[in-house]
Ligand binder design. Structure first.
Ligand code: SF4
Length: 323
């Protein structure tokens, strides 16, 4: 059975961990619940960590000149200063530990990473047309923009979940590699990720190849640092369908001469269904993976594109909202 390095994920505590919302509730989230067996979570509730109780008055963000304030919705009392101090301190703490990604509560004036309502003032007033980031969510996106940061709403989409899981497991694997850096292991890592990275971005894959080739004879720490930076850049954008299909065809090329007409037609049908977003990428990959085993294609056996994260996390439940 394939072994994976367990990623460390910071999560908004009200998602499956504690009844810490303003109304004393907790939010059930199937994906977070499932992940509990596969990642190490760091649950945080910024509002409770600045000393607020649960239940409490709801918070909101209001416009204040050029800037924004975090306030109690009913009384208008400002919580901007304590939240900014807390967020800064927490970012420094997290930077000195190991984090592979974040799952934040959507639309929260504290945790939200986008789509947070902005109001003119406290009390009864309707929200303005523009949206913003929550105060803690903003600090996270500023300090950890190179990592996978999602909210639980977006993770209802299976393509976003696949991308998120791929990023956190790839990042965690590289952090493990960094503990005992040597060029041989980096070459192995790069080779195992060849087709996965090709699906993300073929040009970035070439840049990574040049870093690994190290014709400039840079030091190993410098090579690792350059590789990590380029890899994070590559993983920042989800692979588009056409790039993924291109890689699927590359992989199909390893076996096509050994397949009969019906098998080939079955595969091409499946790829068409993937192109039309009727089935997930993992379904097509499962067909290819079966052929890797059947035809004993040793080079492909270790390719991470087949299992970039534990199979148990593959789930096709979907919100129907695209990336
Ligand atoms: S959204 Fe963030 S601040 Fe609000 S209850 Fe959840 S964890 Fe706490």
């Amino acid at each position: 059975m394939e072994q994976f390095v367990r990623p460390t994920i910071v999560v908004s505590k009200c998602l499956e961990f504690e009844h810490c919302r303003y109304d004393g509730s907790m939010i059930g989230d199937l994906f977070v619940r499932k992940l509990k067996n596969y990642v190490d979570f760091i649950p945080l509730c910024p509002e409770m960590e600045i000393g607020l109780p649960s239940p409490r008055q709801a918070l909101r963000i209001i416009e204040q000149g050029e800037g924004e304030e975090l306030i109690f919705s009913q009384t208008g009392e400002s919580l901007t200063a304590p939240m900014e101090v807390y967020a800064k301190k927490k970012m420094n703490e997290l930077k000195s530990s190991h984090v592979d990604g974040f799952i934040l509560k959507s639309r929260s004036p504290s945790c939200g990473m986008k789509d947070v309502k902005v109001y003119k003032t406290y009390g009864k007033s309707s929200s303005l047309p523009r949206k913003t980031k929550g105060f803690f969510g903003k600090a996270v996106t500023q300090e950890f923009g190179q990592l996978a940061i999602e909210d639980e709403g977006r993770l209802l989409n299976y393509e976003i979940r696949e991308h998120f899981c791929t990023r956190i497991y790839t990042h965690a694997a590289f952090q493990e590699l960094k503990k005992t850096p040597n060029m041989g292991e980096l070459v192995r890592f790069h080779s195992q990720h060849k087709y996965l990275f090709m699906a993300y971005h073929p040009n970035h894959l070439n840049s990574l190849g040049k870093i690994v080739a190290n014709h400039q004879k840079n030091s190993i720490p410098d090579v690792y640092a350059a590789y990590e930076e380029a890899m994070n850049k590559l993983l920042a954008t989800a692979p588009n369908t056409m790039r993924m299909i291109n890689v699927m065809l590359h992989l199909f090329g390893y076996f096509s001469k050994d397949l009969n007409v019906k098998e080939k037609a079955y595969f091409l049908d499946a790829m068409e269904q993937y192109r039309n977003h009727q089935i997930p990428q993992s379904t097509v990959m499962a067909i290819l993976r079966a052929w890797v085993i059947r035809f004993e294609q040793d080079y492909l056996m270790d390719q991470k594109i087949f299992t970039p994260y534990p199979l148990e996390l593959v789930e096709v439940r979907d919100s129907g909202k695209g990336i």
